[in-house]
Write a protein that binds this ligand. Sequence first.
Ligand code: COA
Length: 260
Amino acid sequence: MSYQNISIDLQGRIAILKIDRPSKLNALNRETIDELHEGLIELENDNDIKVVIITGSGEKAFVAGADISEFADYSVDEGKDLAASGQEKLFDYIENFSKPVIAAINGFALGGGLELAMAAHFRTASKNAKMGLPEVSLGVIPGYGGTQRLPQLVGKGKAMEMIMTAEMIPADEAYRLGLVNHVFEQEDLIENTKAIAKKICNNSLVAIKAAIEAVNAGYVFDEDGYDIEINAFGEAFGTDDFKEGTQAFLNKRKAEFPGE
Ligand code: COA
């Protein structure tokens, strides 16, 4: 499939999904969100792909937010629809994606950009990256999950401060807060993030998918994450990946997981 606003680069079992609107600092308009959704469906259906890395085109921005020019004239209903459809198509979709998704934050991650990174399963950043939720400076609030995921990642008080001040934090502070797991030199960001992805590729995707579901269940108010974990743990014993993983360990060889 051909895209106008994103690109997909398949590198072995790892896919680099890039937001590619550098002249607008990769701001997310509806078309880009739709294309990211389509691209993710493509990667979910591609059995050769095991890990997805999302990053931004150019050296300046990951994503500088939702496209302000697109929603400046929206009505109340249009605003609600923008948030609801974006959350469903992209942000919740990524959080519940059946394969690991890592955001490699290569510059500004603001508003919808930070929300996109926070929907990923975890994040790396380049030293020049800057992150923030500046929405209240525009008279609006985060609408792509930011009011929920930022407190989950950095704690309620720090999230409140970041949202209320609308200020950006640098990569080293994001690391200190646990918002990003690693900070790399800009030129090493993708290679070093790929090195983490390669470690993940050694493991069972069937088991990883179940672990994603169990972890996420803990953040859904009407689900009991412990129950989901018990069930998924038990189900794992019925998978070919479990048989292969345990046999490989007992026979002192590398596992070749069949369930992919
Ligand atoms: N929506 C739409 N366009 C955006 C954008 C956004 N969120 N962020 C940047 N752009 C566009 C700018 O309008 C500009 O386009 P132009 O050249 O056609 O005028 C281009 O990207 C470059 O941005 P510019 O502001 O000139 O770069 P800068 O280096 O001076 O500043 C930022 C960089 C990130 C500080 C600044 O672009 C910014 O504050 N962006 C908005 C961030 C924001 O509030 N995001 C949350 C939205 S809810």
